[in-house]
Design a protein around this ligand. Structure first.
Ligand code: ADP
Ligand code: MG
Length: 248
């Protein structure tokens, strides 16, 4: 049995937008250092689920516990929660009027109240980690999409969170820039950080995932180790989905 500390524990979660049920009876467990890849058709609830992990959305029933913190709307612990969980989105959301270095230092200085010099040291460390140390003094518009997404990953790393969530981080990128971002994510996966990635990049998934999750219509239809997931998934819907995306 795997004795590692449970970092994300989701049990019986439902989520509604008005009358529409976006998540239904979702259960998921993610251990410390585990890498989980979530896939499934558009509208299946993938973004909603991971947005519920850091309080960008709130579930209506069931429970979500992140690194010991129970996620609840209005709870005082949301601030702590957001210091535990970083997120990288499809859109990079960098501040256009700030340099790359300033984009990386603003969060730690404001939220964690660390000094400017400490924040800059951290920023340079993580810019090195994403292989663009030379871009520190430029503005976002001067960088390619792939470079901007790597800055967004570095920005999240600068908060030194224990969990990183990725929501289709390469799907807004030109094809030739996808690999540079995936390479950084593969390296990150090697550092032992707990990762939950929503992505349809199955090459990446095969490289890093400890566990694959397939969602459809707000439900987790399949959870399995990659070996099984890619060769012999239990559900026909998952098989069909994989055959469709792996054709390309
Ligand atoms: P996915 O990320 O798998 O594409 P989402 O989690 O974004 O799916 O959305 C799941 C469903 O919930 C979709 O049908 C979507 O239209 C709906 N939805 C998402 N966000 C909202 C919202 N803020 N208000 C109403 N419906 C929403
Ligand atoms: Mg989504």
């Amino acid at each position: 049995m795997d004795q590692r500390e449970e970092m994300i524990s989701v049990s019986g979660v439902d989520k509604f937008y008005g009358d529409f049920q976006a998540l239904a009876e979702v259960d998921l467990s993610v251990k410390h250092g585990e890498r989980v890849v979530i896939c499934g058709p558009s509208g299946s609830g993938k973004s909603t689920l991971i947005r519920c992990f850091n309080g960008l959305e709130f579930h209506d029933a069931g429970s979500i516990v992140i690194d010991g913190i129970t996620v609840e709307e209005g709870s005082k612990s949301l601030r702590t929660l957001r210091q535990e969980v970083g997120m990288v989105f499809q859109q990079f959301n960098l501040f256009p009027h700030l340099t790359i270095l300033e984009n990386l230092t603003i969060g730690p200085m404001k939220v964690q109240r660390i000094s400017k010099s400490e924040a800059e040291n951290r920023a340079r460390k993580y810019l090195d980690r994403v292989h663009i140390p030379e871009q520190a003094d430029k503005y976002p518009a001067q960088l390619s999409g792939g470079q901007q997404q790597r800055v967004a990953i570095a920005r999240s790393l600068c908060m030194e969170t224990r969990i990183m969530l990725f929501d289709e981080p390469t799907s807004a990128l030109d094809p030739e820039m996808i690999n540079e971002v995936l390479d950084v994510m593969v390296e990150l996966a090697g550092t032992g950080i707990t990762m939950v990635c929503v992505t349809h990049e199955m090459g990446f998934a095969r490289k890093v995932a400890d566990k694959m999750v397939f969602m459809e219509a707000g439900r987790i239809v399949e959870t399995s180790p990659p070996d099984k997931f890619f060769t012999n998934p239990d559900s026909a819907r998952c098989k069909l989905f994989l055959s469709q995306i792996l054709e390309h």
